[in-house]
Design a protein around this ligand. Structure first.
Ligand code: SAM
Length: 287
């Protein structure tokens, strides 16, 4: 097989018949400069391992290899892409590990993170994610217990609206459960806005790359309790807390009072700290 690792990605796509499949969320990035820019976001990759979901024709994978990542593990659902990646595997046999599979059901510790930890390597996650599974993966990576997680950073492409929901502040319509989970456990920021024209084929929406690093110190509250109170509050986001929190099936006025909140407040105006105090009060009421 000819070495096509430095060919224009468009040619790799043509050579391997990778016409985009909508069901797999395939919007490829073919601009190697943009891919290099994304690969720079986590910082120095030497002595680090990378986990990439959905490498497609391998442009971002190649950019991470060029930036010195010691090992890269990729999980790709489409067998055509797995086939197309074989040239890259032959060029970097010691550094690239390609698995065909569904990223939603991969056991990351078994695949790579237990080994990375044993060797003292940090794991950076990079992905131009299919929009359909991006939020589910982020929630999964933010919901790891115990904390801190196995990843040192997440550099993820989302559709712009989802990126804005991750970093949203109280008092905005984008503020909700995702913002609270993300900001409780991590520092998250939008580092790059990417127009639809950067993708082949172009999606209907704008995109943005979000960089997430885990917090080591955060308010001490159980994940399940925080999930329960934010679900109750935001499932009826237009209702006052005293009404919305009835869904908890626990007398809610004492919880609201213990958290120092106003029963007439709506979820949208409660800060992250307010929700953590509410979850702590809920947790105490349950035990
Ligand atoms: N990283 C490539 C790029 O930047 O050009 C491709 C990005 S494309 C938006 C998303 C990729 O994820 C596709 O290659 C698609 O086949 C793959 N994919 C879709 N669903 C997946 C899943 N559940 N698990 C793993 N890969 C998936």
């Amino acid at each position: 097989m000819a070495d096509d690792t430095t060919l224009p990605l468009r040619q790799i796509i043509e050579r391997h018949g990778l016409w985009a499949q909508k069901a797999l969320g395939q919007n490829f990035i073919l601009d190697r400069n943009l891919l290099d820019k994304i690969a720079q976001i986590p910082g120095d990759l030497h002595n680090s391992w990378v986990y990439e979901v959905g490498p497609g024709p391998g442009g971002l994978t190649h950019a991470c290899l060029k930036r010195g990542a010691e090992r890269i593990f990729v999980v790709e659902k489409d067998p055509r892409c797995v086939q197309a990646l074989q040239t890259l595997v032959q060029t970097y046999p010691e550094r690239l590990d390609v698995r065909q599979g569904d990223a939603l059901s991969i056991d990351e510790p078994a695949l790579l993170t237990n080994a990375a930890r044993a060797l003292g390597r940090r794991v950076h996650v990079l992905a131009n994610l299919p929009y359909s599974i991006g939020t589910a993966l982020l929630i999964r990576w933010l919901s790891i217990d115990p904390w801190p997680p196995w990843w040192a950073s997440l550099t993820l492409m989302f559709q712009k609206e989802v990126a804005e929901r991750i970093i949203a502040k109280p008092g905005t319509t984008a503020y909700g459960r995702l913002a609270i989970l993300a900001q409780w456990r991590a520092e998250a920021r939008i580092v790059l806005r990417v127009p639809a024209s950067a993708f082949t084929p172009p999606p209907k929406v704008m995109s943005a790359v979000v960089h997430v690093t885990p917090k080591s110190a955060m308010m001490d509250v159980g994940l399940r309790a925080l999930e329960s109170v934010t679900a109750a509050a935001f499932n009826q986001r237009r209702k006052m807390l005293r009404t919305a929190l009835r869904a908890l099936n626990t007398p809610c006025l004492p919880l609201i009072e213990a958290a120092g909140l106003d029963p007439e407040q709506r979820a949208e105006t409660v800060s992250l700290e307010g929700f953590c105090r509410l979850a702590q009060a809920y947790q105490s009421a349950q035990s």
